[in-house]
Design a protein. Sequence first.
Length: 116
Amino acid sequence: QVQLVESGGGVVQPGGSLRLSCAPSGSSFSVRSMGWYRQAPGKQREPVASMRSTGRTDYADYVKGRFTISGDNAKNTVYLQMTSLNVEDTAVYYCFQIRTIGTTSWGQGTQVTVSS
């Protein structure tokens, strides 16, 4: 069982920046795509950004130009650099990993709070 460990969340003022990291612990398998979702209080989980093993990246419209996803394919690690944060970005951020064998893992979530 692959577990994903996230880090980097916290409290930041509007306009600030944070960098999230997500790395696997335990067994490691070939990955097809990695990325991030988020869930704000009282709302459904929504996609944020993803990155395929080909290098292609995709972003939700509400984070385009502000967030950047990157990764280390050799370590199956994914990062999310978040800039120009606003209060609407407050949420629990979850990383995910879809492997070529067809299984999916999720991280436990890391809280990001944007508040003045």
